[in-house]
Ligand binder design. Structure first.
Ligand code: IMP
Ligand code: MG
Length: 184
């Protein structure tokens, strides 16, 4: 197993920067939903760290649920095809739903998930993403809360993986793909 320090290019968002911004987002969400309840839906697995930190800063009564999707993609590139591999536990009819995502890249994943959720008649439906790579967008998605807009570079850490590893790192880093050996 290759040590990530061998292919880490730069730390793009430090742990302190993440936590400061996530608190701001939680505060904003708490103000926007004052007097209401909120149902957070986390898309596994990348959104997990963001969800658990964000929800600590939200003061309105909230519930959580999880969903997992797989996109038929190759080479870290999504395609329009998204399959639900784990569906929600609870019905969302009449709930204020907010999708919590790690990153919106091409937009295909969120767009497909939104299409599914809309058919279930939530009271409201918003999108909260920690990271946004606007340059990569292929389908338009409405983003209501955005942590950071980042350049078109592959990143890992804080929920985001390199071939499933390094989701546990407390910061977000860019990869030097020239130095990355997928099997190493
Ligand atoms: P989209 O469907 O292209 O918007 O891709 C969304 C999913 O691709 C995210 O939920 C991530 O799992 C993954 N992804 C996109 N960009 C990155 C990245 O830079 N690092 C790690 N995962 C990424
Ligand atoms: Mg991934």
């Amino acid at each position: 197993m290759q040590d990530y320090r061998e292919y880490l290019d730069e730390i793009l968002v430090s742990s302190d920067q993440l936590q400061t911004r996530i608190k701001e987002m939680g505060d904003q969400i708490s103000r926007d939903y004052a007097g209401q309840t909120l149902h957070l839906i986390c898309i596994l697995r990348g959104g997990v760290l963001f969800l658990t930190d964000l929800m600590r800063h939200i003061t309105v009564p909230l519930t959580i649920d999880f969903m997992a999707v797989s996109s038929y993609g190759v080479n870290r590139q999504s395609t329009g095809q998204v399959r639900i591999t784990l569906d929600l536990e609870r019905q969302i009819q009449n709930l204020n739903v907010m999708l919590v995502e790690d990153i919106v890249d091409s937009g295909y994943t969120i767009s497909a998930v939104l299409d599914v959720l809309r058919t279930r008649h939530p009271r409201s439906l918003r999108v909260c993403t920690l990271l946004d790579k606007p340059e990569r967008r292929e389908v338009d998605v409405p983003i209501d809360y955005r942590g950071f807009s980042i350049a078109n570079k592959f990143v890992f850490g804080y929920g985001l993986d390199m071939d499933e590893y390094y989701r546990n790192l407390p910061f977000i880093a860019t990869v030097d793909l020239k130095r990355y050996r997928p099997d190493g």
